[in-house]
Design a protein around this ligand. Structure first.
Ligand code: AVI
Length: 321
């Protein structure tokens, strides 16, 4: 229940029981080396992502906000009033906050790996939403969403904006969407409101993930600062350079960190040499055509979908039930 602050916070261990340090070490020892994108989102990483969303080249956030604004009442009508509103990857909660006055949920669950960020957001929102129970759920849902005991029998709307689904492989995306569908299936009137970025010209995608100001480069390299602090690695920050580009064949933007010279990286029980030019893969951001999204939703169990899009279908918002 909400306390005197007007909101409550629940901490949930991730679904798969993993030793995080062992997971990171295994990824760094793999060939090619990889770091899971969830490690972008320490405090500084969240701030840098907020800055990315304001870059002229990074169109997804502002395009989605425009779709939400232009079709506000139609979307609100499709979603329906009241019930429970689950914001996956809530971050600063700003996107959901704009919806609450139109959907009036009885309960709002902000789910994110970044605890301080959702706590700040809920304390900001509490005075404005006295009629909504505000709950922060600090958890890593990359291996599945665990909301056991946090949802009651009322209808639930899952909100997954920002094309964050693109950061999963298509196979993992299907598994996540299927688990959302299972939670919807037992509660009539439930559904998923999701924003997904479309496939588009390579030059636009390259620029969106390798901006002139270098904010995306800082966001990418900050993952090494986070790993150094959290797990005791000794990555030299200036030894790795940002690579962000659209891989048209794979239908995804890829981000990597490339060693500018031979690098030996150490931490307790770990040592690895990165050759000059060797890359650490830090993120995929899959882009989907509207038809591909419809197929993903259908494969996950959703039978009805509605879609609202930006001109040229560059970005789409779906309501699936
Ligand atoms: C959070 N996610 C949807 C962003 C994306 O576009 O894949 C993260 C990001 N990476 C680089 N820029 C933004």
């Amino acid at each position: 229940a909400a306390d005197a602050r007007g909101y409550s916070i629940v901490h949930r261990p991730g679904k798969a029981i993993v030793d995080e340090r062992a997971e990171v070490v295994a990824g760094l020892l793999a060939a090619p080396a990889r770091i899971a994108p969830k490690y972008f989102y320490d405090e500084l990483g969240c701030a840098l992502y907020g800055a990315i969303c304001q870059l002229p080249e990074y169109y997804p956030t502002r395009t989605e906000i425009a779709i939400f604004r232009d079709f506000r009442s139609e979307i609100a009508e499709a979603v329906g009033q009241g019930g429970q509103f689950v914001d996956l990857g809530a971050g600063d909660c700003c996107k959901a906050e704009a919806w609450l006055p139109f959907l009036n949920p009885a309960r709002y669950l902000a789910v994110d790996i970044a605890g301080p960020e959702i706590e700040r957001a809920l304390s900001r929102m509490a005075p404005d939403f006295p009629g909504t129970e505000l709950v922060g759920v600090v958890t890593d849902f990359t291996h599945g969403v665990d909301l056991e005991g946090l949802l009651d029998e009322r209808e639930v709307t899952f909100f997954y904006p920002g094309s964050s689904i693109g950061n999963f492989s298509p196979e993992d995306a299907r598994a996540l969407l299927a688990s959302i569908h299972r939670a919807c299936a037992t509660r009539p009137g439930s559904g998923l409101l999701i924003g997904v970025d479309g496939k588009k010209e390579k030059a636009l995608l390259d620029a969106a993930y390798d901006d002139a100001l270098g904010v995306t480069a800082s966001f990418n390299r900050n993952i090494l600062l986070h790993l150094n602090r959290r797990f005791g690695f000794d990555f030299a920050l200036d030894a790795f350079t940002h690579r962000g580009f659209y891989n048209e064949t794979a239908g995804r933007v890829e981000m990597h960190l490339e060693a500018v010279s031979e690098q030996v990286v150490k931490a307790r029980g770990y040592e690895r040499t990165f050759a000059k030019g060797e890359r650490i893969h830090t993120e995929n951001s899959y882009k989907y055509t509207p038809g591909e999204v419809a197929a993903l939703l259908q494969d996950s169990g959703f039978t009805r979908t509605r879609r609202w899009s930006s001109p040229g279908d560059g970005y789409s918002v779906f309501y699936a039930s």
